[in-house]
Design a binder for this molecule. Structure first.
Ligand SMILES: C[S@@+](CC[C@H](N)C(=O)[O-])C[C@H]1O[C@@H](n2cnc3c(N)ncnc32)[C@H](O)[C@@H]1O
Length: 284
């Protein structure tokens, strides 16, 4: 695993989650895992999780039409999708605002993958792409803005491939027979000038990921934090008290991030309120 000291401390709740996944769990990918037969999966350990994530990338690449040459990978994480796209013969421009992610791309040294450290909002280029990929990134910027910008950055008839979580608009539970093609995002995409080519609800196929992360939070992260606090309090009670006074805000931020992560990875909540879908759109 890359030494933690080389990485910048997480600054935001999002960074905290991504940091936990890569630096604590040691996973080499930031997206969910995928299981063809999820019902046969019992308990996912870290190794199985890595295999599930590799399978997810394989399934995602199966959706890339054969005429696609250039890809804009928006919110590219630590580059496993970008590297797989390059191996499959595509030219990839990958972007992410996270400084830690830049290091993974620098290390990959692939002439077919270029990295830009920027948000999608501030990304500028004269290039027009065959495909724009939002792999678990479409919720990180305004959705309507994201769809319009993707439309602008595509060549005529270019494709937009979106893979990720779709929450119900009012935050309540979905009906069990909810059809993801009815989700407002699909309507919004049509308004932005996209036709739906293919749409799949893969919620059951990714669900073992949520169950595994939930266990990792309750069985690894929370006990470790409790241990660190108890150890510090026993070894250096005054320093611990001063730390709490002077860094109270950071302490609260960690607790908030942890609470958010717990909510996000609660398997029952996920099953009820989230649909995980892959959607291939074409610019009309
Ligand atoms: C959950 S990760 C998904 C990473 C990768 N696409 C994958 O499938 O493994 C979300 C990514 O979106 C990036 N991100 C966050 N805010 C963003 C923004 N405003 N514009 C572009 N990317 C953003 C994060 O830094 C991270 O790389």
């Amino acid at each position: 695993m890359t030494p933690i000291e080389r990485f910048r401390a997480p600054q935001t709740e999002l960074n905290f989650e991504l940091y936990f996944v890569t630096e604590v769990l040691g996973l080499r990918s930031l997206h969910y895992g995928y299981w063809d037969e999820p019902k046969t999966i019992d308990r996912v350990d870290l190794e199985e999780m890595g295999r599930g994530q590799a399978r997810f990338t394989e399934r995602l690449l199966e959706l890339v039409p054969p005429d696609v040459k250039s890809v804009l990978d928006v919110g590219a994480g630590i580059g496993d999708n970008a590297r797989a796209l390059s191996r499959a013969g595509h030219r990839v421009t990958a972007l992410s605002p996270d400084r830690n992610h830049e290091r993974y791309f620098a290390a990959c040294d692939d002439p077919n993958v270029s990295f830009r450290r920027t948000t999608f909002e501030t990304f500028e280029t004269a290039e027009r792409f065959d495909l724009v990929l939002f792999s678990e990134s479409h919720n990180y910027f305004d959705r309507r803005f994201g769809l319009r910008k993707a439309h602008d950055l595509l060549r005529p008839s270019g494709r937009l491939l979106v893979s990720g979580m779709f929450r119900s608009e009012d935050g309540t539970a979905y009906a069990s027979d909810f059809d993801v093609s009815e989700h407002p995002y699909v309507r919004m995409a049509a308004e932005a000038g996209f036709e739906t080519v293919q749409i799949s609800d893969i919620t059951p196929n990714v669900l073992p990921t949520v169950e595994m992360i939930d266990r990792a939070v309750t069985e690894i992260l929370e006990p470790t934090l409790r241990f660190a606090e108890a150890y510090a309090a026993a070894r250096a009670p005054w320093k611990t008290r001063l730390f709490r006074v002077f860094l109270a805000r950071d302490h609260d931020a960690i607790r908030r991030a942890l609470k958010k992560l717990r909510r996000k990875t609660d398997p029952d909540r996920f099953r009820a309120r989230i649909r995980y879908a892959t959607i291939l759109f074409q610019k009309s």
